[in-house]
Design a binder for this molecule. Structure first.
Ligand code: NAD
Ligand code: G3P
Length: 298
C-alpha cells in the first residue's frame, strides 16, 4: 500500500475539482476509466494502492464499479457521489458496506459546485463518517479555502445530497414556467420539509437538513443554472424531451435516476413525497403545468 498517499477515482467535473483541491497541500493522484491529460493521472491499479481514496463516480455506476474493480486492502475512502441507486432503491452507504467496513468510509456533503471549487473559491463541506479518526485524517488533506465539518449522520447527509437534486429539477421547472420567485421559494421550503420527512423515516437527523448538507446544498442547487439538475428542470419546462436534455448536458444529473429511487422507497414505506412524485411523473412525460395544478390541489 502507498502509505499516506491519496488518489481521486473518477475524472469528471467533481473528481477533477477535488483532485485540484486535494493537490494544494500534497501530491494527489487521479484515475479514470479513460486516460486523461491531467497532472498525476495514474492507472486504476496505482490509484487503488493508495491509502486514501476519494471516489467520484456517478451513484448509478457504483455497485458495478465496486464489483468489477475494487479489492479492499484497508484503504480509507471518501465517497463524493450524490444519489440513490434507482434499480434497487439502495443507499450508497449500504452498497459500500459490502466492500468496506464502517470505520474506513466517509461521505462528502454540502454545497459545492465543482466549477467554483476548481477556482479555489471558498466553501464549506461536511465529511460524514462513523469514525472521527477517519474525519481527522481526511480533513488534513483539504486546502485552506475549504472548511470541513464532521458529522456522524451518514444517512442524513446521503439523503439530503441525493434529494436536493430532485428538488433542483423541480425548481428549474418552476423557473422555466415563469411561476415567479414566490412560487420558487415556496417549492424550495416545502422541498426541505419533504426531504427531512423522507430522511426521518430512515433515521436521519433533523439538524442535518437544516445545515450545510440539507438547506445549504438545496439552496445552492435549486437556485442556479450552474446546477445540471436545475438545467434539466428548465429544459423540461421548455418542452424538451428528457433524452435531448441529457444528450445536450453531457454530464450526470443524478436527480433523474434518484427520482425513481425516491418513488420506489416512498411507495414501499408509504412516505408522503409530493414534489418528488411530480418530478418523477414529469420525467416520465407528464405536462409540467398539469403537475403544478396537482401539486397545489393536493
Ligand atoms: N459537479 C459537481 O459540482 C458535483 C459536486 C458535488 C457532488 N457531485 C457528485 O459527484 C458525482 C460525479 O459527478 P461529476 O460532476 O463528476 O459528473 P460528470 O458527469 O462530470 O463525470 C462523471 C465521471 O464518472 C465517470 N464514470 C461514469 N461511469 C463510470 C463507470 N462505470 N466507472 C468509472 N467511471 C465512470 C465518467 O467517465 C466521468 O469521468 C455525482 O454523483 C454528482 O452528483 C458533483
Ligand atoms: O450540478 P448538480 O446539480 O449536479 O449539483 C452539483 C452539486 O451537488 C452542488 O453541491
Amino acid at each position: 500500500m502507498r502509505k499516506g498517499q491519496i488518489a481521486v477515482i473518477g475524472a469528471g467535473k467533481w473528481g477533477q475539482a477535488l483532485h485540484f483541491a486535494l493537490s494544494s497541500k500534497q501530491e494527489c493522484f487521479i484515475s479514470s476509466r479513460t486516460k486523461r491529460d491531467i497532472k498525476n493521472f495514474v492507472d486504476l491499479d496505482f490509484a487503488l494502492s493508495c491509502e486514501y481514496l476519494v471516489i467520484a463516480i456517478p451513484a448509478q455506476e457504483i455497485r458495478t464499479w465496486l464489483k468489477e474493480n475494487f479489492v479492499f486492502k484497508n484503504q480509507k475512502i471518501l465517497v463524493a457521489s450524490k444519489g440513490i441507486e434507482a434499480s434497487s432503491g439502495e443507499f450508497l452507504n449500504n452498497i459500500y458496506a459490502d466492500f468496506v467496513p464502517d470505520e474506513n468510509i466517509g461521505f462528502i456533503s454540502g454545497p459545492s459546485f465543482a466549477a467554483e471549487v476548481i477556482k479555489a473559491l471558498p466553501c464549506a463541506l461536511v465529511l460524514n463518517s462513523k469514525s472521527k479518526e477517519l474525519y481527522d485524517e481526511f480533513s488534513k488533506f483539504f486546502p485552506d479555502f475549504i472548511k470541513t465539518y464532521y458529522s456522524k449522520d451518514i444517512i442524513g447527509a446521503e439523503i439530503a445530497g441525493a434529494y436536493k437534486n430532485v428538488l433542483a429539477i423541480a425548481s428549474g421547472i418552476c423557473e422555466g414556467l415563469n411561476l415567479g420567485k414566490n412560487a420558487q421559494a415556496s417549492l424550495i421550503a416545502r422541498g426541505l420539509v419533504e426531504m427531512q420527512r423522507f430522511g426521518k423515516h430512515f433515521g436521519a437527523k433533523k439538524a442535518t437538513f437544516l445545515g450545510l448538507s440539507g438547506a445549504g446544498d438545496l439552496f445552492l442547487t435549486a437556485n442556479s443554472t450552474m446546477s445540471r439538475n436545475y438545467r434539466v428542470g428548465l429544459g423540461l419546462a421548455q418542452g424538451k424531451s428528457l433524452e435531448l436534455i441529457l444528450e445536450e448536458l453531457k454530464e450526470v444529473a443524478e436527480g433523474v435516476k434518484t427520482a425513481t429511487a425516491i418513488e420506489k422507497l416512498s411507495n414501499k414505506y408509504t412516505i408522503y413525497t409530493p414534489i418528488a412524485k411530480e418530478v418523477k411523473l414529469i420525467l416520465d412525460g407528464k405536462n409540467p403545468k398539469d403537475s403544478l395544478k396537482d401539486l397545489i390541489k393536493n
